[in-house]
Write a protein that binds this ligand. Structure first.
Ligand SMILES: [Zn+2]
Length: 286
């Protein structure tokens, strides 16, 4: 074989490898981020929504920091009341989406879930549900479970018992009017809770749902980062936290793009996607 032929074959092989690497559905370390996985432009919540759309306790970005260690402590202290994961002996995981509904990201997430025939759990904010009743109905129609995420998304650690109850009950009223049931699953805004709050809230006949996998998507990460945060930590019984709406500062484009990849990858690994209620074997309505 002449030198020229060898060089040409080498070039062809390298070319084919490059095409394979780029078209592979896996993100390969030596290939740059795929353009469609990058958040291209910020699609903020529509401005005209004003105050009602804002989270009362502030954006996730400014308020997060509730440590997973505290979540673990509460879960072991209240095993029938406070949950951060499901059984570890079955290949099931639950996708959860907080802070919706909105008109931007929630519908995109619903599309991805429908495409893959996957059911998830949405923890909704009452005031936002009032702004987007049709999106709430669409979530229900899609066969997903709806949970209570408070009326205005305050930091409930700063509220007294009466105010805490009002936050949960007002949200319950709004959601039950739209969905036809009173949600029996509650997730605290920002995750913040202590034993006293857990005990108080349990009087309202709800289970408290935390998570053990945080996608950190509220940091406006790229799809690849969100995907890595989930896939590098996921295991049997995981409850995965993403957001289906943010504040005006947050861009969830990466999170939506990651969702598609996360579902594909975990399905290949034979994981089954279930709602929180199915994962934990507890009712989602009162
Ligand atoms: Zn939230």
């Amino acid at each position: 074989m002449g030198k020229k032929t060898m060089l040409v074959s080498l070039a062809v092989i390298l070319g084919l490898l490059a095409i394979f690497a780029y078209s592979s559905e896996y993100e390969l370390r030596f290939v740059p981020n795929k353009p469609y996985l990058r958040p291209e432009k910020n699609v903020p919540a529509p401005d005209e929504l004003g105050d009602k759309f804002e989270l009362k306790g502030g954006s996730e970005r400014d308020n997060r920091g509730f440590p997973q260690r505290k979540i673990e402590d509460l879960a072991s202290q209240y095993p029938k009341l406070f949950y951060r994961e499901g059984p570890r002996n079955v290949k099931k995981v639950a996708l959860t989406f907080d802070d919706g509904p909105d008109s931007v990201y929630t519908p995109q997430i619903l599309d991805v879930l429908r495409k893959h025939k996957v059911k998830a759990t949405f923890f909704l904010v009452g005031e936002r549900a009032e702004l987007f009743p049709d999106v709430v109905k669409k979530i229900v129609k899609g066969g997903h479970v709806i949970g209570n995420h408070s009326m205005t998304h305050p930091n409930i650690m700063k509220l007294n018992k009466e105010q805490t109850f009002q936050e949960i009950q007002k949200c319950e009223d709004v959601l039950s009017a739209l969905t036809g049931y009173k949600p029996a699953l509650f997730r605290s805004p920002y995750g913040s809770l202590d034993s006293q709050k857990v005990e108080e809230i349990s009087e309202l006949d709800v289970k408290l749902i935390a998570w053990n996998i945080d996608s950190l998507d509220w940091k406006s990460l790229t799809a690849e980062q969100v995907k890595a945060n989930i896939l590098e930590n996921v295991r049997e019984g995981s409850i995965i936290l993403q957001h289906s709406s943010g504040s005006k500062k947050e861009n969830l484009t990466g999170s939506v793009a990651a969702l598609d990849e996360v579902i594909k990858t975990l399905k290949k690994e034979k994981y089954k996607f279930v709602t929180v209620s199915e994962l934990l074997d507890i009712p989602y309505k009162k």
